[in-house]
Structures are given as structure tokens and as C-alpha cells.
Design a protein. Structure first.
Length: 305
């Protein structure tokens, strides 16, 4: 009986060893999931009137999610618009203001022609004709001077109105910045402010990320580079229930061309001095993958890890 028990014990040990050898850790790389996070900040300073989102909200790109008080800007715009209206009232009406002088000039030309005809018929003196020519010249110079003055006034007023219109455009641009438009589709990760708070230029309002596609940042050694290439399909394993793995299909989207020391979060202290290459694997996410979650990569796909 003693011999039999010893034999059974040895056989059990052998089976355990064989079982252990049949279940080696075959993962080729380790890392953590990331997502492209966008920090949405205030583009104008003021009181936050509205913010229609909560952490976990699903937002589409281009939707209005909040508003900053633009009341002071509206008042500035109204003042500028009234200033433009006042300038336009003072704009000279060139044809009307020239009408009187042009009528006098036309009469002087007719008188000059009449005196010239009388002079040819020896019914008027040369002095009378010269006086008529002189009067016509004076009126022509007056018309030219008035035209120049009115055009200068017009250009000056137009330049002032253009300056004011440029200021209005700047104000309208600032008013648009008071509208908080969500830039990308995704899930709100963090909300930093609440309505009725005062926000300054550049103050973070919320953080959003597209979680439908996650990126696993992992690390491989130099001798593994020959086993991978861009676009290659790989298996990504995450922890499942009861010490099992959940398998996900991913594609290698990026391979670093520079070596770096192994990050502290990946391996033991002794192994951190090793040089490795970072890779990024894109993995579709149905909601089970989270930012920061650890995962393993197997270069040869294995649907049943």
C-alpha cells in the first residue's frame, strides 16, 4: 500500500506538470487601452448660462451644448450700429449739393457763347467776352473744388463706417464663441463646470472621447518587430469572469520607429531597463472596453484563448 500511494503521488505531480506546460502564457505584448480625448474649453469669458450635458452623455459633433452670456457683446454691437447710422446721415449728397453751381456754370457757358456771337457781329466788346470767359472759368473751378471736397468727405465717412463694421464682425465672431459647440462625436468623460458659474478664456468645460474604437498601446521587444506589420490583424485579450479571457479582434495601426525603456506600468522593475518599441492596436468597442484597462496581444489570432 505504501508503494502504491507513492506511485499515485508521483503520477499526480507528473500530470500537474504536464498540465502547466500545456497552458503557457503565450501573449506577445501587454499594454493598456487609450482613447482620443478632446478637452473642450471656453473660447470667451463670461457667465455660463446653459450647459446641456452630463458625464456619460452621448453627443454628436456640431450640436449646441451650452451658452455663455453674450449680453455685453450685444450692447457693444448696438452702439456700433447706431454710430454707423449717424455717419450715414452725414454722408453728403453730391448731386444735390452740386446742382446749384452746375446750373450757374451752365448759364455762364450760355452767356459766354452769346457774348462771343455778339463779338463776332461787332455788337459786343472784347472786354465783355473776356469777362464772360472769366466767369465761366471761376464757376468751373468752384464745381471742381466742391466735387473734390465732397468726395473726400464721402471717402472719410465710408472709411469710418468700414472700421466700425469690422468691429461689428469681431463682436459677432466673439458672440459665436459664446456658443459651446461639441466638436466631436463621443461620450462625455468629465464635466468641469456647472451653469451660472463664471468661466474664463481657456477654462476647461468638459472632456469627451470617442469610445466606439479604443486604442491599445502595447510594447514589443526588438526581436518581435519582424513578426508584425501595419494593418496586421491580431488577437487582443482582456480579463473575463472566472479567470478566463475575452477575445477581441484588433489591427495594428502604428509601430514606433524609436526604442524606449519599458514603462513602469508594464513589467517588473528588473525588466524596465529593457528597450522596447511601442505599438498601437485599434480595437472596436461594444462598451466593455474602458480607458486604462489592461490587455494582452497575441500576434497570431486565437479565437479560443
Amino acid at each position: 500500500m505504501k508503494t502504491s500511494k507513492a506511485s499515485i503521488f508521483c503520477l499526480a505531480c507528473l500530470f500537474i506538470c504536464i498540465a502547466c506546460k500545456k497552458n503557457p502564457n503565450t501573449s506577445d505584448a501587454y499594454g493598456n487601452f487609450e482613447a482620443v480625448e478632446t478637452l473642450v474649453s471656453a473660447e470667451f469669458a463670461g457667465k455660463l448660462l446653459k450647459l446641456s450635458l452630463e458625464e456619460g452623455s452621448q453627443l454628436e459633433a456640431g450640436v449646441l451644448v451650452g451658452e455663455i452670456d453674450d449680453g455685453p457683446l450685444r450692447l457693444q454691437k448696438e452702439v456700433l450700429e447706431k454710430s454707423i447710422a449717424a455717419l450715414m446721415v452725414g454722408m453728403p449728397d453730391i448731386p444735390v449739393q452740386l446742382a446749384s453751381l452746375e446750373q450757374q456754370l451752365a448759364a455762364a457757358k450760355r452767356e459766354e457763347l452769346r457774348i462771343g456771337q455778339l463779338f463776332q457781329a461787332e455788337a459786343a466788346t472784347s472786354q465783355q467776352w473776356d469777362d464772360a470767359k472769366s466767369q465761366r472759368h471761376i464757376l468751373e473751378r468752384q464745381v471742381h473744388a466742391l466735387k473734390s471736397t465732397l468726395h473726400i468727405q464721402t471717402r472719410s465717412l465710408l472709411a469710418q463706417t468700414e472700421t466700425l463694421r469690422s468691429q461689428i464682425l469681431q463682436i459677432e465672431n466673439d458672440m459665436e464663441k459664446c456658443k459651446i459647440i461639441n466638436p466631436v462625436s463621443g461620450t462625455v468623460l468629465t464635466k468641469y463646470v456647472e451653469p451660472n458659474e463664471f468661466v474664463t478664456l481657456g477654462k476647461p468645460i468638459y472632456k469627451i472621447a470617442d469610445l466606439t474604437k479604443m486604442t491599445l498601446r502595447a510594447f514589443v521587444s526588438g526581436n518581435q518587430l519582424s513578426q508584425i506589420k501595419l494593418g496586421q490583424t491580431v488577437s487582443v485579450l482582456t480579463d473575463g469572469p472566472n479567470n478566463t479571457y475575452e477575445n477581441h479582434v484588433g489591427k495594428i495601426a502604428w509601430i514606433s520607429n524609436k526604442a524606449e525603456f519599458t514603462p513602469k506600468i508594464v513589467q517588473t522593475k528588473e525588466q524596465r531597463v529593457n528597450l522596447v518599441y511601442a505599438i498601437k492596436v485599434q480595437v472596436p468597442n461594444e462598451g466593455t472596453l474602458k480607458i486604462g484597462m489592461p490587455a494582452e496581444v497575441r500576434f497570431a489570432q486565437n479565437p479560443n484563448p
